[in-house]
Ligand binder design. Structure first.
Ligand code: MTE
Ligand code: MO
Length: 383
């Protein structure tokens, strides 16, 4: 693979691997704004960043269980109504490094910042599919299509040099309410190369792995995509499964992500001045569920305070407010007096009353995905 033409990146990113390029922002940079600037948005790649230099000739081919194959050019996609959706993208491997402390897991190490919140602009996939003759909403096409596969331009070793790919159910793809986008903008700018220029999929509320970047083709299938990242990765196994007894076909590809939160204003271990401290972080849930509550403890989880939550600066967030962004994270904040030495903990509760698990051990899995255990940091008062 050729990594000689990678795009420039912000020097403040913490690099987990260079080829492929995997990097996340520093914790405190992550929560300095509700909308994460592209420069500070985590970058998760499985191969070199492709180059698309002739936008006039770039097209997405639509094939599979549809009447006639079609080529969609950017001008066709630009013509469709443009939607902007504020959505949090989170890698299923976010917080993997902490899961490895229990027992080593396989995969790129991530701290707590393999997540970001952006305003994605583009066409709704439901409109694109309607353009090629698939009604919205649909469970199945006349020729038996039930899944929409996204195939990328980039090549990766996990696919033996073939393209990265993933699929979502047709019912989700053709449901305008699911807000699945073919996005050409991020935060009001054309997508940059790292994040999928010229066109990527955004599947709100679902693990980042399904939001395929650098879209090359859309394939309508009877079965879900058989690619590596659907069938042999990004599945959640119980703690009893190890590399000797794993049977990949017993589990479904992970789609929605569970409720998550993390404290971003503090490192794992901190020395602070006496007095009050401010505890800040993010909370988010998958499937369009809002955040009902964020609980913070300064005594390792014996007693709790409720944090204030917001999306727009200064405006308190409530999950039932029609003006809140349903696919986006909330930032939380609480001020507390702390004892000489403290374990500070955060846990979020979503609108279905799902709550994060207390300990990482009970959700340990060999691929190290979906570490949503209570986030804990340590503080000692010193000078
Ligand atoms: N799409 C392609 N074509 N190639 C990739 O390696 N990585 C996926 C997804 N889409 C990937 C991809 C994974 S695992 C994640 S978490 C997100 O993209 C990351 O998107 P970002 O780099 O824009 O943050
Ligand atoms: Mo990911």
């Amino acid at each position: 693979s050729d990594y000689s033409q990678e795009p420039p990146r912000h020097p403040a990113l913490l690099i987990n691997s260079t080829a492929p390029f995997n990097a996340e922002p520093h914790r405190s940079d992550l929560i300095s704004s509700y909308v994460t600037p592209a420069d500070f948005f985590y970058k998760r790649n499985h191969g070199p960043i492709p180059i698309v230099d002739d936008i006039e000739r770039y097209s997405v081919s639509v094939t599979g269980l549809i009447g006639n194959p079609k080529e969609l050019y950017m001008k066709d996609i630009w013509k469709l109504p443009k939607y902007t959706v504020t959505a949090t993208l989170q890698c299923a491997g976010n917080r993997r490094t902490a899961m490895s402390k229990t027992l080593k897991v396989k995969g790129v190490g991530w701290d707590i910042s393999a997540i970001g919140n952006a305003v994605w602009g583009g066409a709704k996939l439901a409109d694109v599919l309607e353009l090629i003759g698939i009604n919205k909403p649909s469970q199945i096409t006349p020729s038996g299509g039930k899944h929409v596969e996204f195939i990328s331009i980039d090549k990766c070793k996990e696919e033996n040099g073939g393209p990265y790919k993933a699929s979502i159910p047709l019912s989700q793809a053709t449901n305008p309410e699911a807000d699945v986008l073919l996005a050409y903008e991020m935060n009001g700018e054309p997508l940059n190369r790292d994040h999928g220029y010229p066109l990527r999929v955004i599947v709100p509320g679902v693990i980042g792995a399904r939001s395929v970047k650098w879209l090359d083709s859309i394939n309508i299938l009877a079965e879900e995509c058989q690619g590596f990242f659907m069938q042999r990765d990004y599945k959640m196994f119980p703690p009893s499964v190890n590399w000797d007894n794993i049977n990949w076909s017993t589990r479904r590809p992970q789609m929605d992500f569970p409720v998550q939160s993390a404290i971003c204003s503090l490192e794992d271990v901190n020395v602070v001045k006496p007095g009050k401290i401010t505890i800040k972080g993010y909370a988010v849930s998958g499937g369009g569920r809002g955040i009902e509550r964020v609980d913070v403890s300064v005594d390792g989880g014996k007693t709790w305070m409720e944090a204030s939550r917001f999306q727009k600066a200064g405006v308190p967030y409530t999950s039932d407010d029609a003006s809140s962004d349903k696919w986006a994270w909330v930032l939380f904040k609480v001020e507390a007096d702390i004892p000489m030495s403290a374990e500070i903990v955060a846990k979020a509760v979503d609108t279905a009353a799902n709550v994060q698990p207390e300990d990482v051990e009970v959700i340990w899995n060999l691929r190290g995905i979906l570490n949503t255990s209570w986030h804990r940091v340590h503080v000692r008062v010193g000078h």
